[in-house]
Design a protein around this ligand. Structure first.
Ligand SMILES: Nc1ncnc2c1ncn2[C@@H]1O[C@H](COP(=O)(O)OP(=O)(O)OP(=O)(O)O)[C@@H](O)[C@H]1O
Length: 470
């Protein structure tokens, strides 16, 4: 049976194009132009998916979603908007939109999103490939929402931003997003990895040099500050910057002027600075290895990126995003089964999003089937790292020793109380991985669904707590 789609759009020409594209694909379209008409239609019919514009004649398509949800709480909603900012993206995801498509969007992308949304409503497998929402940063976890919110606060000003987080968490991507979505987007984005430059060359790299300033300075060279004039300068690995360069950088930030190495003239530069580090700067400041005054200059707006293991719910959408990217890069277009994805999410992800991206590319390249399943995954990825099982065993034993030391179970209760202590986090983990879906959690655990339900009740675990919005 064809899926029924409700389109809320007051621009007739856009509505006509969308209707034609979706009807071609076999969807049945109902169209209205206002929030009032939308709510009337919703109370009369059931729809598989709703597509809504944001700025409508009688209100805001996102803010008013609550009244639509009051009528149909489970219907996936796709927001289409001309306000191409993270702000709208953030608002859309705060209102649990299934997808957010900034205008102008590709019709194929729209069709894919609608198919995916309508499929999700009917529980179709395997997961379709998601092409993302055109935004540079992918992920809808609460942790990333916090990051998006901070990004939106710095788009309309030039405040200096310090992005912190482990290697591979997306710090450079955040800097790029601030640049691309902010007022300086027409200017250059210049990235410097200060850790990768020999310390004697850092100043010349940042500020440039005059001809003959030092041996080898055969011509005048413009530094990164001047290259970034009118745009954004991204200073990566700021914690690794040598002391002398820190002092020069501080001076440049205070005065808004730079001097080329070997030069006399001070040159005014107009750059927005975004710095990043994967180091904890506080102990470095205490040990005198990082200037405290420079830290305060840089840390005007701190944005902290959480490690991937603290936002495992993003692994699904990131995986699909990277399968899409891999296909664009000429690798075979693959998908992943729900079960394999659940296993993938269990890995440690020490290398964070970068590691996930590399793993997905490896799967795209090496998988034998179009849909990567658990066997394919295990065959290609194998166990995590050399000696990892041994390490994990020690981790486990250590945790058990600690638990025994802390809990002193009563004689005769040792076996079952230890088992329950172990079982509870395990089941909670399986529920978290599967968004509270007990059938999938039981498959992931490899136990009978009824056994799971019984144990959940005995261990007083509330599965609803793990339910994810669509
Ligand atoms: N939220 C995200 N959505 C999509 N891609 C991401 C996301 N986060 C990171 N990536 C991708 O992961 C890779 C690593 O990200 P990035 O280089 O920004 O990390 P980083 O924190 O700056 O790392 P390092 O500290 O090692 O410099 C890049 O390919 C980037 O595009």
């Amino acid at each position: 049976m064809s899926s029924k789609i409700l389109l809320v759009e007051d621009d007739r020409s856009i509505a006509t194009v969308i209707t034609a594209a979706l009807e071609d694909e076999g969807f049945v379209l109902h169209h209205c132009e206002s929030i009032a008409a939308r709510d009337r239609l919703l109370s009369e019919h059931s729809f598989d998916t709703m597509l809504t514009d944001v700025m409508l004649g009688d209100g805001d398509g996102i803010a008013s979603l609550d009244s639509a949800r009051a009528i149909d709480p489970d219907m996936p909603v796709i927001v289409i908007s001309a306000q191409n900012t993270l702000d709208t993206a953030v608002r859309a995801s705060e209102h649990d939109a299934f997808e957010y498509l900034p205008k102008p969007f590709d019709l194929d992308e729209l069709v894919r999103a609608v198919r995916q949304a309508a499929g999700q409503r009917s529980g179709a497998e395997p997961l379709p490939v998601s092409e993302g929402d055109g935004m540079p940063l992918v992920g809808r976890s609460p942790a990333m929402q916090g990051v998006y919110r901070m990004i939106t606060r710095v788009l309309r000003n030039d405040l200096t931003v310090l992005v912190t987080g482990e290697s591979g968490t997306g710090k450079e991507l955040v800097a790029e997003a601030i640049h691309q979505l902010g007022a300086r987007k027409s200017g250059p984005f210049v990235a410097v990895n200060t850790a990768a430059i020999p310390s004697e060359l850092i100043e010349s790299e940042l500020f440039g040099h005059e001809k003959g300033a030092f041996t080898g300075a055969v011509a005048q060279t413009i530094g990164k500050f001047e290259q970034a004039n009118g745009g954004t300068l991204f200073l990566d690995e700021i914690g690794d910057m040598p002391a002398e360069a820190q002092t020069r950088l501080l001076r440049a930030l205070q005065s808004g002027r730079i001097r080329r190495v070997g030069g006399r003239q001070e040159i005014a530069v107009d750059v927005r600075i975004i710095a990043a580090t994967n180091r904890d700067l506080a102990p470095m400041i205490a040990e005198g290895r990082f200037r405290e005054d420079l830290f305060y200059r840089l840390n005007v707006v701190p944005i902290e990126l959480p490690p991937l293991r603290e936002r495992r719910e993003d692994i699904e959408v990131l995986t699909q995003h990277f399968f899409g990217q891999a296909a664009e890069d000429g690798l075979p277009r693959r998908q992943i089964s729900r079960e394999a994805l659940d296993i993938l999410a269990l890995r440690r992800w020490r290398g964070n999003v970068r590691e996930l991206r590399n793993v997905v590319y490896r799967l795209a390249l090496l998988a034998r089937e179009d849909v990567v399943d658990i066997d394919g995954l295990n065959e290609i990825l194998g166990p995590e790292g050399e000696g990892a099982p041994e390490q994990r065993k020690r981790d486990f034993e250590g945790a058990l020793q600690l638990w025994l030391a802390d809990n002193h179970p009563a004689p005769g209760a040792l076996y079952y109380s230890a088992l329950a202590a172990f079982e509870k986090p395990l089941m909670e983990y399986a529920l978290a991985q599967t968004g509270g879906n007990q059938l999938r959690a039981s498959k992931l655990l490899g136990i009978n669904r009824n056994t799971l339900r019984k144990r959940l009740s005995e261990l007083a675990i509330n599965a609803d707590r793990f339910t994810r919005p669509l």
